[in-house]
Design a protein around this ligand. Structure first.
Ligand SMILES: Nc1ncnc2c1ncn2[C@@H]1O[C@H](COP(=O)(O)OP(=O)(O)O[C@H]2O[C@H](CO)[C@@H](O)[C@H](O)[C@H]2O)[C@@H](O)[C@H]1O
Length: 644
């Protein structure tokens, strides 16, 4: 993990430590010396300070192996036999097997309570693996959260990661604006007015906000209500462009988020002062600054920490320097947000390039920083990927971690997906062919099982590289393929999609707009999903595609490079390895090269294709894995003193 510097197991002072997992009977108390210490301790170097971090998520198997194996040195089989117990290797095997009942191995007399305790210990350990032993009060602050509001991956992540963390035993609050568009809007029907009102001093006045609350899937979903959120369009803008007062709207969100844990008696009691805030992207960027400048100096939130989660560094929340006075922050904190554009980016001779940058403010005040893949954690520290913030990010490299996103496995599951024509599984892929036929029919394309069907889903902007597809399409359309693109964004690309559809009526469909059910049907019905993103912090569509047996062809960048493994037909004794194709550099030629290879494999090597599909479908992209990694970072954040 980039930025994480771990050493191996560290020996500590010896003691009569009792394993947290394997308990002992009074007749067999285990003594552990330093070299037999249970559970690895990792040394974590952080800004020349070192801390010992206990990892508590050991699996039963490795735990039992570590615990029982050393016994053979101190307590020989003979010794155990004399005590009426079993040799250690037998016990290890029994504990590792699912069926370690009381069946006695031939020739041995079992000491029942020892085994019984071990079984209990295993149950405890399995439970520990599901539940954290160190629960936190966590506040997720985000501009969007699915299913209430979503324009992209940020909404997906903030709608599903908190549920995974809650199921591990953390107390979770997700706080986001209530984008209510009128009485017909049912998205917030389950959220009730808490009757709590607060006044926030910013932007030359006092602005009253209300809090709505819904408890669902173990998470407190809190919605900040203010009339500036009640507009048609997306959370950020409408057909005329971005809303002009977004800085005000998200400043309100940040102040309200800092008050919510103190004010809202959710389920009868507040979250209180000892919280862990996760500020997502620039919209929540003021949270660590508000905590440090307004609360902590009065002794409030001194036990809290704030982690900045960067989903996309390209959006930073840059506004004129004069707006600083409106943010409701003490004037001596200007330096945290201060941002000066490079000379080349200034608009006229008298332009001094002075601005405030919300994301920069968060980078220099957050206790730790998480990005959504390991590859992106490194990319943002380079000049090419740092969007002007790479220098600052390099200076905080020791607290940056990359954790690859998971997927909401309930929402994105081909076996249960309610949007697709026919459900299917890894064991029975027949439903996928039905999905393909249904999608071809829905789009008015020829229903042909043999033709390679290519899909694209995403924002039509520079990041996602739709112009690469635009450049490649004339060549691609000379082949016997079908293609569908779903997306909205730059109007030039939107018009091109309509035009291309007109030009290639029998092969190409361009669906302009945001349509979640159709995105599921494309993911299930296509054979290939292309993602020619110029940069991609993590990317979710390639994960969804693999889960649905749709093979990704992606630019080798950020999270795409981390999650898609290039197909190698010769690996694994000729059986092949890999889950898709990556290409580099980002050019029409490289894109077409990879796509042609994929199309050729689909047509001519059915077995290899099936292998790629099945390997993709077998990947574990659940949030459980990522949730464990988040927990580790939470623990580190709590060990360090507040950064600001
Ligand atoms: N027209 C449309 N109709 C229906 N659904 C559509 C759609 N356009 C996009 N979507 C959906 O929006 C989501 C997009 O997620 P991504 O992660 O690919 O990108 P995004 O750039 O928004 O997220 C940022 O944050 C996420 C989360 O951390 C990172 O994975 C990513 O790299 C980063 O850029 C997917 O669920 C996709 O299906």
């Amino acid at each position: 993990m980039a930025g994480m510097q771990l050493s191996g197991a560290v020996a500590v002072a010896s003691s009569n430590l009792r394993s947290p997992g394997v308990t002992s009977t009074s007749s067999c108390t285990l003594r552990w010396s330093s070299s037999q210490m249970l559970g690895p301790l990792d040394r974590h170097w952080n800004k020349q300070r070192s801390f010992l971090v206990v990892r508590n998520n050991l699996s039963l198997f490795s735990q039992v192996q570590k615990e029982v194996a050393p016994l053979s040195d101190q307590y020989s089989n003979d010794w155990l036999l004399r005590r009426g117990s079993v040799p250690t290797e037998d016990l290890t095997a029994r504990l590792a097997s699912k069926d370690d009942t009381d069946a006695k191995p031939d020739g041995y007399t079992l000491q029942h309570d020892f085994l019984q305790d071990s079984k209990l210990a295993r149950a405890n350990l399995e439970e520990n693996n599901r539940r954290t032993t160190n629960p936190f009060n966590i506040i997720f602050v985000s501009a969007e959260v699915a299913p209430y509001s979503k324009t992209g991956g940020l909404g997906d992540v903030c709608g599903s990661l908190p549920v995974a963390l809650a199921s591990r035993g953390h107390r979770m609050m997700v706080i986001s604006p209530r984008y209510w568009s009128g009485p017909g809007d049912t998205r917030y029907a389950g959220a009730f007015d808490t009757q709590v009102r607060i006044k926030i001093g910013c932007f030359n006045g006092e602005h009253e906000v209300a809090f709505f609350h819904e408890y669902r899937a173990g998470v407190d979903w809190v919605f900040v209500d203010h009339h500036s959120y009640h507009r048609p369009g997306t959370p950020y803008g409408d057909t005329r462009g971005s809303f002009g007062d977004n800085q005000f709207r998200f400043t309100l969100l940040c102040h309200a988020s800092c008050e919510a844990p103190l004010m809202l008696p959710l389920g009868g009691y507040t979250y209180g002062e000892k919280c862990l805030f996760i500020a997502n992207d620039w919209h929540a960027g003021l949270v660590p600054i508000i905590l440090a400048s307004k609360y902590r100096k009065h002794g409030v939130y001194s036990g809290s920490r704030c982690i900045l989660a960067i989903h996309n560094l390209a959006h930073q929340g840059v506004e004129p320097a004069t707006t600083f006075n409106s943010l409701g922050l003490p004037s001596n904190w200007y330096g945290a947000l201060e941002w000066v554009f490079p000379t080349w980016a200034r608009t006229h001779a008298l332009d001094k390039g002075e601005a405030v940058n919300h994301l920069k403010g968060a980078i220099v005040t957050a206790d730790r920083i998480i990005t959504v893949s390991q590859g992106y954690a490194w990319e943002i520290t380079t000049q090419e990927g740092g969007y002007g913030l790479d220098g600052l990010l390099r200076s905080r490299k020791s607290v940056i971690n990359g954790i690859t996103n998971g997927v909401d496995v309930d929402e994105w599951d081909p076996a249960t997906d309610k949007y697709i024509a026919s459900q299917y599984t890894l064991e029975d892929l027949s439903g996928k062919a039905e999905c393909k036929a249904a999608l071809q029919k829905e789009l008015g394309l020829a229903v042909r099982p043999d033709v390679p069907f290519i899909g694209f889903i995403g924002r039509l902007d520079y990041q996602k590289g739709p112009d690469i597809i635009q450049a490649a399409l004339p060549e691609l359309m000379t082949d016997d393929v079908q293609m569908v693109m779903l997306g909205s964004g730059e109007s030039a690309i939107e018009s091109w999609m309509s035009q291309a559809e007109f030009q290639h009526k029998d092969k190409f469909r361009g669906w302009v707009g945001f349509n979640v059910p159709l995105s599921h049907r494309i993911t299930a019905g296509c054979d290939i999903l292309v993602m020619p993103s110029r940069f991609e912090p993590c990317g979710l569509n390639q994960l969804y595609a693999m889960r649905y047996g749709t093979v990704p062809v992606v630019h080798s960048t950020g999270g795409l490079r981390d999650t898609v493994e290039d197909f190698n037909p010769f690996a694994n004794g000729g059986q092949g390895l890999g889950t898709g194709w990556t290409f580099s550099p980002i050019s029409k030629e490289a894109f077409m090269g990879a796509l042609r290879t994929a199309i050729g494999t689909y047509r001519d090597h059915g077995d290899s294709w099936k292998g790629i599909m099945c390997r993709g479908m077998s990947q574990d992209f659940s949030w459980d894995r990522a949730a464990l990694q988040y927990e580790q970072v939470f623990e580190w954040a709590m060990i360090d003193p507040p950064y600001a």
